[in-house]
Design a protein around this ligand. Structure first.
Ligand code: G4P
Ligand code: NA
Ligand code: NA
Length: 196
């Protein structure tokens, strides 16, 4: 189910750049709306309240604000995977490859072994879910750490791309706060309960 406040914000401030891309720089990807982020954090914490989450894991940079607010509500740390190669202590890192179809680039992401361990129950968060490559890279890191995966929280899922479907088919629990069904004709349509 969509988060009404977030959907309203996307409708009022989102800029549809094409049939597949919506720009939300005014509150998420460049400027950050702290009050909205706090509410997003509370929403994710509530949706995963049945899990004993010990770490929130995201990817720099746009995941950091929502992950921090979720960690604040849950009372646990937020960890962000880095996209740049670390010059030191490479053997002390979990690393995974993340391919972006949009940008046609492959990034190596990394997390220090100091910050996720087998005793952790991890909530993965990200700003967008498109093809799911970033989430898969973060899941790979959780697996390398031998930690438990509580699920995946997404702020904006693009329901017309394959990531969400493929991950749900693997029995991954995904909670998306807004799911866009279509951006065709410059119009943002949300997928909502009751609608098909
Ligand atoms: P892809 O496979 O379709 O390329 O999707 P991917 O998840 O790799 O997305 C690449 C980057 O583009 C990610 O940000 C992602 O959050 C962002 N993104 C994907 N779809 C949209 C969209 O419709 N609108 C906006 N605004 N962003 C989108 P990133 O490179 O990790 O950057 P950062 O913002 O986290 O620093
Ligand atoms: Na992004
Ligand atoms: Na992102």
């Amino acid at each position: 189910m969509g988060m009404e406040l977030l959907e309203q914000k996307i409708l009022s401030e989102g800029k549809v750049l094409s049939d597949t891309v919506v720009k939300v720089d005014s509150f998420l990807n460049h400027q950050v709306d702290p009050v909205l982020m706090q509410k997003i954090g509370e929403e994710f914490a509530a949706r995963f309240s049945d899990k004993k989450i010990t770490k929130v894991l995201t990817l720099e940079s746009s995941g950091i604000a929502p992950a921090t607010m979720t960690g604040l509500t849950l009372g646990v740390p937020a960890v962000f995977a880095r996209k740049r190669k670390s010059l030191t202590l490479v053997d002390h890192l979990y690393t995974a490859e993340v391919h972006s179809f949009t940008k046609n680039t492959t990034n190596e992401i990394s997390v220090s072994k100091d910050y996720i361990s087998k005793d952790d129950t991890v909530l993965i968060l990200d700003d967008f879910l498109a093809n799911g490559q970033a989430v898969r890279g973060l899941m790979d890191i959780v697996k390398q750490a031998d930690a438990s995966l509580a699920g995946v929280g997404i702020i904006i899922e693009k329901g017309f791309q394959e990531g969400g479907k493929q991950l749900r088919e693997q029995d991954i629990r995904i909670e998306s706060l807004a799911t866009i069904a279509s951006l065709e004709g410059g119009k943002i349509d949300f997928k909502n309960e009751g609608a098909t």
